[in-house]
Design a protein around this ligand. Sequence first.
Ligand SMILES: *[C@@H]1O[C@H](CO)[C@@H](O)[C@H](O)[C@H]1NC(C)=O
Ligand SMILES: *[C@@H]1O[C@H](CO)[C@@H](O)[C@H](O)[C@H]1NC(C)=O
Length: 474
Amino acid sequence: MLALSSFLVLLAVASTTLSVNPGVTVRLTDKGLQYGKQLGIAAMQEKLKSIQIPDFSGSQRVSPIGKVKYSLSNIRLVNVGLPSSAVTLVPGTGVRLTIGNAFMNLHGNWRVKYLRVIKDSGSFDVNVNGLTISTTIVVKSDATGRPVVSNTNCVANVASAKVKFHGGASWLYNLFSKFINKALRNALQKQICPLVDKTVIGLNPKLQTLNVLAKVDKYAEIEYSMVSSPVISQSSLDLNLKGQFYNIGKHQEPPFIPAAFSLPSQNNNMLYMALSAFTANSAGFVYNKAGVLSLYITDDMVPKGSPFRLNTKTFGVFIPQIAKQYPGLMMKLLVRAEKSPTITFQPKNATAVATATVTAYAIQPNGTLSPLFVLNLESSVSADVYVRGLNIAGRLTLNQMKLSVGTSYVGQFQVGVLDSVLRMVLKVVVIPIVNVQLDKGYPLPALGKMNLVNPQLQIMKDYMLIGTDVNFTG
Ligand SMILES: *[C@@H]1O[C@H](CO)[C@@H](O)[C@H](O)[C@H]1NC(C)=O
Ligand SMILES: *[C@@H]1O[C@H](CO)[C@@H](O)[C@H](O)[C@H]1NC(C)=O
């Protein structure tokens, strides 16, 4: 039993550590890290405001007065400042955060009783200066493939605490100053790192919002879980994501795998997202499997102003046999992908090649479809890809088209005569319909409430690169 379970653990470990090329890589640059620092420091400052200094009381012998009973109460934090901080990447581990010259202002009340009957009270202010905090934030991948952070090696130091009393006799000041100074330092040093921990761990619910399974439409979803631990170098933190389309609820692997690709050393933007040709091709595979890459074309889908109509009269001009055999009938075309389209990315060039068949029918008055011919269609389209909101979207234009006759039910004909007709059908009917779908877009990897600011998209060899700044609303 034990052997079996350790075997399973081994398997699980092996399957997560095997080098799997990601379909998508998200890179955080130093600029992104600095933006993250701003948000983090603001959160940390809020957290530190919850520091609580307990009341102190006790007694102390002071010569020549004798025993002095004292209490310090209502000590509260008035202000915290974290004016200088720095974050740097720690290769292989995560992020080092150092805060220097931080300060805190506290206010409280003091009360003493001595010589049995003498009571006195007043208030005091404490200025804590030269506070330093340093810690390492470890970034890993959790069981769901989302990033998760934890805190380690936190150290907090208080350089000085200056106490200023209001009211009371001067000899009291000396008594308290030393005592308060020490007690406060202890209390602060004990509380700061736990609060830093809380701030860091407080990031996890936000990181949990990574859309590891992003729904696209009723057919497809994209898996964006991490395929390995984050790759952290001196200059960037890379999250390697699966980046694969799947049929909803039916995760079938395509007959191809992601090729390795590496990002250029650009760092003008906070974030870079590289989406591989694999990701795009997995979409083609999924939609083809879903059986949705087919389209019936009827005359009402051809623009009103077009001289070309989808009827046997028009086609009869090119293939007289059609007009002779099926006079005065409307026609219908079925365009259907024969295999998944293939998408390739070359520098500044996104091209998709689709292999389809076009079956032409005459529509009999009783509704029966009489097949006329089947054409094989090989077409190449250029894709203009763009980012809209948190989606990537595209628009196709026809490049090239190659026709051959598959089957003819209307005798032999030269396929070249249909070239311009089919070209027009693709241009004015098929591609516009595909473009309506593509324009709806496909979700990019994102954390909740994230916005892309001024995204730019470049087509590189084997992947698309989106460079963008980000901000978070809430
Ligand atoms: C884009 O790439 C395809 C092949 O991947 C090629 O056929 C086409 O000519 C290229 N287009 C441009 C404008 O370079
Ligand atoms: C429909 O009409 C065609 C042509 O006139 C004929 O061949 C076919 O049998 C008819 N089908 C039905 C179901 O009536």
